[in-house]
Design a protein around this ligand. Structure first.
Ligand SMILES: [Zn+2]
Length: 317
């Protein structure tokens, strides 16, 4: 018994490679609201657990968010953000990059589907609307290196130590992106703006759930970042390629049914659903965040762990 205890102690004292490198991600929420919330628009930093090298996913409000997360924004921007991944080229996902890049250094990669990258090059960093900070077109300043991703073909982001895979989403007649980010074991799925398949008339969310289901079953998927722009009072005809609590719960139900047809109500209990891009109301009264939060919780028959981060908040997944 004593020998067994001693040998167990020795084993426990021996650091294993797995123990030396904990899996998972550190996250900083730089911007969490949708559309109208100037200064608090979609942007998250993700790093491997304990590593000071971030991939910025979306860039709606970067400098404001860095300011709220503690310390001056400059050092994190220049030294710790090693690349950008953009889910779509709409202003509420890229305007923070336009500001941040002015004070950035070196050349950093910008990952996205070709439709996103082409739009950045042609309509934002084109020497007319803003200086050409990219590496293509006329007189490029080369602060940004465009990396066009093929759908479902993961690339390795060397400086951050993660792989990044892009899958197209439907966003009211335009293309947005779901990114799968993996540290080799743990995975998070980061969905850009998207409408429900039922309204968008396609099966892109369905295809994403097919891709994620085995990762949930294998306990690799840590979190799904997803938008929920409006409350349930928003009519389908005015969704503009976005989700409401009712639609989001139906979509999560579709994923749960794929993960475990026998027991869908328990299928997602190891996955955190990080909700953002709630569009604020401008007329007072009950806040959109309050409404969306309570509608999601009221309909939460799956027992999902919803997280509603605030700007500047840090958390681990
Ligand atoms: Zn948006």
């Amino acid at each position: 018994m004593l020998l067994a205890f001693l040998s167990l102690s020795l084993l426990a004292a021996e650091p294993t490679p797995a123990a030396a490198a904990p899996r998972g991600f550190d996250v900083v929420a730089l911007g969490v609201q949708g559309g109208l919330a100037q200064g608090d628009l979609s942007s998250f930093l993700l790093a491997r657990r304990g590593q000071p090298a971030y991939l910025a996913v979306d860039a709606g409000s970067v400098l404001t968010g860095l300011g709220r997360s503690g310390g001056p924004p400059g050092p994190v921007l220049r030294d710790q953000i090693r690349g950008w991944a953009l889910t779509d080229p709409h202003l509420d996902h890229v305007e923070g990059l336009a500001s941040a890049v002015v004070d950035d250094v070196g050349t950093k990669p910008v990952f996205g589907l070709p439709s996103t990258i082409d739009a950045l090059r042609d309509h934002l960093f084109n020497g007319v609307l803003w200086a050409n900070f990219g590496n293509e077109g006329k007189d490029p300043l080369r602060r940004l290196r465009y990396e066009r991703m093929a759908p479902a073909r993961p690339v390795h982001v060397d400086d951050v130590g993660v792989t990044l895979e892009a899958l197209p989403l439907s966003h009211g007649g335009t293309t947005s992106t779901a990114f799968l980010i993996s540290d080799g074991d743990a995975v998070v799925a980061f969905l850009g703006d998207t409408g429900p398949d039922l309204v968008e008339g396609g099966s892109r969310l369905g295809a994403l759930w097919e891709r994620l289901a085995p990762l949930v079953r294998g306990r690799k998927l840590r979190a799904i970042f997803v938008e929920c722009s409006y409350d349930n009072a928003r009519p389908d005809a005015l969704l503009l390629g976005h989700l409401t609590p009712r639609h989001l719960l139906v979509e999560l139900g579709a994923l749960a049914a794929l993960v475990s047809p026998q027991a869908p109500s328990k299928a997602l209990q190891n996955v955190v659903v990080v909700v953002s891009h709630i569009v604020p109301t401008l007329d007072g009264g009950r806040s959109a965040r309050d409404l969306v939060t309570s509608e999601l919780e009221a309909g939460n028959k799956l027992g999902v762990r919803f997280l509603f981060p605030a700007q500047g908040e840090r958390f681990a997944l």
